[in-house]
Design a protein around this ligand. Structure first.
Ligand SMILES: Nc1nc2c(ncn2[C@@H]2O[C@H](COP(=O)(O)OP(=O)(O)OP(=O)(O)O)[C@@H](O)[C@H]2O)c(=O)[nH]1
Ligand SMILES: [Mg+2]
Length: 369
C-alpha cells in the first residue's frame, strides 16, 4: 500500500491578515529535500528541530521570505508566515509541487449558503480535535451536494442513498460530541487511578480507602484523534452511607446513558457477589482485570475476555486504549463520504426514509428551506 499523501491546510481564516498559519501533515523530510524549502537560522534541517520549539528561518531560495515554523509532532509542522494572499499562495504552491494535497480550511461563508452548509460550518467551530475538524470540513464540501442530489434520484435509489447516509449517523454526531465512556467497579478497584493513567495527570483523587470518589468526575481527552469523555464514578457496593447512595445513583444513570462501559475488577482481591453482579449487568462492556501487578486472587474465575491492566506499572494501558477506540469507532468512513452531522439532519433523513418506505414524496422533507 502506498504511503498517504502529505496534507496542507490553512488554520487561520481565508483572506488577508497579519499572519497566516498553515498546518503540514506528512513526512518531515519533505521540507528538507533539495532545494530546501525552509532554511532554519540555526542551520539544522527541519527533521532535527526540537518538537514544540519555535524555529526562525527563511522560506525558499528565490526571494526568500522570513517565516517561523514549529514542529508539533513527528510528522506535523506549523508554518507561520505573512498573512497576505500572495505569501500564503506561494508556500501552498511550493508544498503542492512536493506532492502535498491541500485540504479545505475555514473559509468565509459564501453568499446564499444553504442550511446544511451553515450547520457544517458551525460544527467545525465546535470540533475539539484536528481529526474531527478534518471530517467536518469535508462535510462542508460534500454533504450539501449529496442532500441536493437526493432530489434527482429515482424513488428506489433515494431509499438506498438515505440509508447509506444514515449508516454514519452515530459517527457524524460524535464529530462534535465526545464519545462517553464510564468506568465502574466496586470501591477501591482503582477506577480513579485508571482514569488518571488515561489522561496522564491526577484528575481524580486516588486513596487507599473505599468510597473515595462520590460524585461523577469527568475528563475529556482525545484518543487516536477522537474526542472521548471518561467518567469516574462512585464505587458500586451494598450498604453505602447516605452520601455514597446519591453518588451510586448518579453512577448508575451514567452507566445507562454511556456509549461504552469499562468494568473493573481488582484481581488482587477474591471475587465478591458485587463483582459478579456487575459483570452480569454490564457484560457487554470492556472488562479490566486491574492491579495485575499484584498476586492474582481470581484464578480461573477471571472472565476470559478481560484485559490485564496495572495503573501502577502501566502494563496493558495501551492495549486497553486501543480496545476502547476500536469499540467506539469500529469503522471510519472513506474520505469525502457524506455523513449527517447533527440531530436535526438525522431526524429529517429518518422521516424522509420512513416516507420513502411508505411510497411518499420525500424531497420536501429533505430539502431544507
Ligand atoms: N498495586 C496496584 N494498586 C493500585 C492500582 N490501581 C490503583 N491502586 C491502588 O488502589 C487504591 C484505590 O485506588 P483508587 O483509584 O482510589 O480506587 P477507586 O476504584 O477509584 O476507589 P473509590 O473511589 O473508593 O471507588 C489506591 O491505594 C491505589 O494506589 C494498580 O494497578 N496496582
Ligand atoms: Mg475513585
Amino acid at each position: 500500500m502506498s504511503a498517504p499523501s502529505p496534507i496542507v491546510r490553512r488554520l487561520t481564516p481565508a483572506g488577508a491578515g497579519a499572519v497566516a498559519v498553515l498546518h503540514l501533515e506528512g513526512p518531515p523530510p519533505l521540507l528538507d529535500e533539495a532545494p530546501r524549502l525552509f532554511c532554519a537560522a540555526n542551520g539544522r534541517p527541519v527533521v532535527e528541530q526540537p518538537i514544540d520549539r519555535v524555529c526562525y528561518g527563511e522560506w525558499g531560495t528565490d526571494s526568500p521570505e522570513s517565516i517561523v515554523i514549529c514542529t508539533t509532532g513527528p510528522s506535523e509542522v506549523e508554518i507561520h508566515c505573512h498573512g497576505g494572499r500572495a505569501a500564503v499562495a506561494r508556500i501552498m504552491a511550493d508544498l503542492e509541487s512536493r506532492g502535498c494535497k491541500p485540504r479545505p480550511s475555514f473559509t468565509v461563508p459564501s453568499h446564499g449558503e444553504g442550511l446544511i452548509a451553515k450547520e457544517c460550518r458551525e460544527a467545525v467551530t465546535r470540533a475539539t480535535t484536528l481529526r474531527t475538524a478534518d471530517h467536518l470540513l469535508q462535510q462542508l464540501e460534500v454533504l450539501p451536494a449529496a442532500i441536493d442530489r437526493l432530489a434527482d434520484l429515482p424513488a428506489d435509489e433515494q431509499q438506498l442513498a438515505i440509508e447509506s447516509l444514515l449508516r454514519w449517523a452515530d459517527f457524524g454526531l460524535h464529530l462534535t460530541q465526545p464519545w462517553r465512556v464510564v468506568l465502574c467497579g466496586r470501591p477501591n478497584v482503582g477506577k480513579s487511578s485508571l482514569i488518571n493513567a488515561f489522561v496522564g495527570y491526577s484528575r481524580s483523587i486516588v486513596f487507599d480507602q473505599p468510597g473515595t470518589t462520590r460524585d461523577v468526575v469527568t475528563v475529556e481527552t482525545a484518543l487516536d484523534g477522537w474526542p472521548i469523555e471518561f467518567a469516574d464514578t462512585a464505587g458500586l457496593r451494598e450498604d453505602p452511607d447516605e452520601l455514597e447512595t446519591e453518588g451510586i445513583e448518579r453512577a448508575q444513570l451514567r452507566l445507562v446513558t454511556a456509549d461504552l462501559r469499562v468494568v473493573l475488577i481488582d484481581v488482587s482481591q477474591s471475587p465478591t457477589d458485587a463483582d459478579r453482579e456487575l459483570l452480569t449487568a454490564w457484560g457487554d462492556g470492556i472488562i479490566v482485570a486491574h492491579k495485575c501487578d499484584l498476586d492474582d486472587a481470581w484464578g480461573c474465575e477471571t472472565p476470559p475476555t478481560a484485559i490485564r491492566v496495572s495503573s501502577v506499572t502501566k502494563a496493558g494501558v495501551d492495549q486497553l486504549i486501543a480496545t476502547i477506540v476500536k469499540r467506539l469507532v469500529p469503522q471510519v468512513c472513506e474520505p469525502m463520504t457524506p455523513v449527517p452531522i447533527s440531530q436535526r439532519q438525522i431526524e429529517v433523513l429518518q422521516r424522509a426514509l420512513d416516507g420513502c418506505r411508505n411510497g411518499g414524496n420525500v424531497i420536501n422533507e429533505i430539502r431544507p428551506s
